[in-house]
Design a binder for this molecule. Structure first.
Ligand code: PMP
Length: 378
């Protein structure tokens, strides 16, 4: 089996699985309970919070656990609008945000806010000057994803946020760092990020757990209210097994970020070399602009879904664009100026620390065979 869809989700690592099972079997108290069992559960949450904070170079009290990046993005963006969008009404975003940001922005547009969307350049990256041009004295929130989930394009968020703060010092900055977390350095203060979103299942923790960073002094009202857990920011009994697993996954990877990055670079370079002689392939991920964990390419003349299912028949699992935009036209590739024809035949390959060299040969072999077979049946 060849699993090259790690930008969609990753396999849970041993450390995370063990932590989850231990929390379910042994430390099953409610962290809010005042007795020993509750305290033990609370300790697991505290440890995990420290791990996530360390990975973001933040303080533990600035980290709030959520059910995932979708909830974090919703809470942070809607919350920023409620707290800071009374006098000012404009939000600046990239035009290629994940739906959990884009759809939230549409909700706000329906409520009367103005959203200015900045297109990426042809290499997939949002340019600092283009972004800054959209920011004016009415802008209260600037959001820009760190790494694009379809192409792997790495946006210069530190530069963008520095420029934004220089132009409008009271503008709040937010980055969806899901595809960058534990792959690139995400140092919140150095990046001038006031709000940051991360997710567990992209970093070998289970699905259904994520976190958000909120800089001290930034007021974000809760989206989910109730018993006041997570300092009132996110009510609901904490999912101790998932939180503990998230912490364990973070600790396991934090030590090996550089080694994993080098490995992803080698895999990406090798795949580019293997694909180069295949004249029916067009690469959409610019080598210098994109993180090595993601490689997007088009198989000319064959629709993504058709190729995807052929690859699946060979037990090779990849994605067509992003898993979240199932069947829909890729907005990300169109915004980069890629033709509809090429966008409709895009395949996204994504690696993790668990990816192996042999998988590349499996993929390229299956692609060749798929192209030959499917061309004939056209
Ligand atoms: N943002 C980005 C960039 C993503 O890739 C994803 C996952 N596809 C999300 C947000 C949503 O994450 P979650 O599944 O944790 O809600």
């Amino acid at each position: 089996m060849t699993y090259l869809d790690n930008a969609a989700t990753t396999k849970v690592c041993e450390e995370a699985a063990e932590a989850a099972v231990k929390a379910m079997r042994e430390t099953y108290g409610n962290p809010s309970s005042l007795h020993r069992m509750g305290l033990d559960a609370e300790l697991l949450v505290t440890d995990a919070r420290k791990a996530v904070a360390q990975a973001l170079s933040a303080a533990p009290e600035q980290i709030t656990f959520t059910s995932g990046a979708t909830e974090s993005n919703n809470t942070l963006i809607l919350g920023a609008a409620r707290a800071y969008g009374r006098r000012k009404k404009t939000i600046v975003a990239s035009s290629v945000e994940h739906p959990s940001v884009e759809e939230t922005l549409r909700v706000l547009e329906n409520d009367g806010f103005t959203v200015k969307r900045v297109k990426p350049r042809a290499d997939g990256r949002v340019d600092t000057v283009d972004y800054l041009y959209a920011v004016d004295s009415d802008t209260f929130l600037a959001t820009c994803m760190y790494v694009n989930n379809e192409t792997g394009a790495v946006n210069p968020v530190a530069d963008i946020f520095e420029a934004v703060k220089h132009k409008q010092p009271d503008c709040i900055t937010h980055t969806d760092a899901v595809q960058a977390f534990l792959k690139l350095p995400v140092k919140v203060a150095a990046m001038n990020a006031d709000l940051v979103t991360v997710s567990g299942h992209k970093v070998h923790a289970p699905k259904g757990i994520g976190a958000m960073y909120i800089k001290k002094g930034i007021r974000i009202p809760a989206l989910i209210t109730g018993g006041g857990q997570e300092k009132g920011l996110r009510s609901g009994t904490e999912s101790v097994p998932l939180i503990s697993a998230f912490g364990a996954a973070v600790n396991a990877q934090l030590k090996n970020i550089d080694t994993a990055y080098k490995n992803a670079r080698m895999l990406n370079d090798r795949l580019r070399t293997l694909l180069a002689p295949l004249d029916f392939i067009t690469i959409n991920s610019d080598k210098d602009a994109c993180i090595p964990y993601i490689l997007n390419f088009s198989v000319q003349g064959i629709r993504s879904e058709i190729m995807l299912h052929f690859l699946e028949s060979k037990k090779v699992y990849v994605s067509s664009g992003s898993a979240c935009s199932k069947g829909k036209h890729s907005r990300v590739l169109s915004e980069m100026g890629i033709s509809d024809k090429l966008a409709d035949s895009a395949i996204r390959v994504s690696f993790s620390k668990m990816s192996a060299w042999g998988e590349l040969d499996q993929l390229t072999g299956a692609l060749r065979e798929g192209h030959m077979t499917l061309e004939k049946t056209k």
